[in-house]
Design a protein around this ligand. Sequence first.
Ligand code: GLA
Length: 508
Amino acid sequence: MRYSDTIFRFAGLFLPALAWTQPASEILTPKPGPKPAIHSPGVYGARPNRPFLYRIPCTGDRPIRFTAQGLPPGLALDGDTGIITGRTPAQTGRYEVKLAASNRSGRDSRVLRIVVGDQIALTPPMGWNHWYTHYHRINDALMRQAADQMIASGMADFGYDYVSIDDCWAMKPGSSDPALSGPPRDSAGEIQPNRNFPDMPALTSYIHSKGLKAGIYTSPGPKTCAQYEGSWQHESADAKRFSDWGFDLLKYDWCSYGKLPDTSSLEARKKPYSLMGGILARQDRDIVFNLCQYGMSEVWKWGGEVGGQSWRTTGDLGLEKDTRLPGFYSIAFKNAVLDAFAGPGHWNDPDYILIGFIGNARSQNDPPARVKLSAGEQYSYMSLWALMASPLFFSGDMGHLDEFTLNVLCNAEVIGVNQDTLGKQARIVQQTGDDLILAKPLEDGSVAVGLFNLSEAERKMSISWSALGIKGSRTVRDLWRQRNEGRSRDAYESAVGRHGVKLVRLSR
Ligand code: GLA
């Protein structure tokens, strides 16, 4: 198998003529057709009596007309935009909602189970986070651009929906930059955004008007990692402010909290997250809580109990040193062993997808540059995150999305593995210096298998049904190419490129 065997075409997207641009022959994801295809996961969680916002992810030529049968009372669909809004019922309940989308070329339908209950993030959250592109340069206009591009690029049609501000939106005590200097809180103790964010409610309204959700960041310590104002001793006021501003996700970093006295025991490490987790759950919004303390004190064992929907399991991917392999592999090796701890509503987070144009985490003033990963490495990266049921947050430049990057980010069948309703993280079936094989059971009884070639040359890899714990004949589907390869009784074998992957789904 060679990447150049298959030629697919994307139309209408610009391709910058720069070094490291991938040749079109390395594009594997088939272009979405003109007919509507709904890409929502099978399930969506929301808490009772809260505002609700959901844009039906759907590809196909616009205009598309949407319908939804069986919505919970209090929710309504805009048939032109496919955006569902309203307020969830006060009672818990499960609603089998039949979504349909039609246009001149055809129709598609799909059942989305809306579960009104305690849990949110029943499938891994998906979106974009500003950190690795804009760092301290982030401002209101760049966040709006990201929201615009999430729609214009088609990413939202595949399910990406959180548009998240990371660090550097607050005031920076002691800074000489006039945009960042000034009291970090007003006389009532309310946290103030810096002058790069003149109107937070207007920003979240803008994001929400597109059917997308907004994320924000702070730290339990007095300062954030980049030395901006943190939430220490203002936790309730800040959470209420984020909620009133209209944010739907909070990333809660550790940093300066570690400099406070006695913060190294397990109880001390849980304390700030349990405090904020409780406060967030009491807000009048569903706010996804993303713990960011780099895996200390085995956070995967207690991140769910303190109210987290996801927790970073490792240090910063953008700072991870390459060994023989690019840094995302070593992050993945650490995260892949934690499969027992992931499930609906609580996910291991190995950090963001750093492909496309990325800023340098060690030299943050450098302009974003094309990531130095081969095509095979980028397919491996996305396949690992899909199999590990990781939150899927792209952190590259939304103003500079090229055809190859979008083909990696936007393959509905690969994303379908990540968003599968069963919510299992893949287990490691085989790992040596040269190869890694992961298997993820899926709700329909099929299994997604990733064969990762860690060696320096193309080689044959194989996996037996007995190693996967399955029996009988299976259809093998190549998920990147969205093509069946035929049936097999007992094993699968394929050539896999250097540092590359073969990602297949085995169904009865
Ligand atoms: C830490 C986090 C990163 C990012 C920065 C912001 O390093 O791990 O993801 O949020 O802080 O300063």
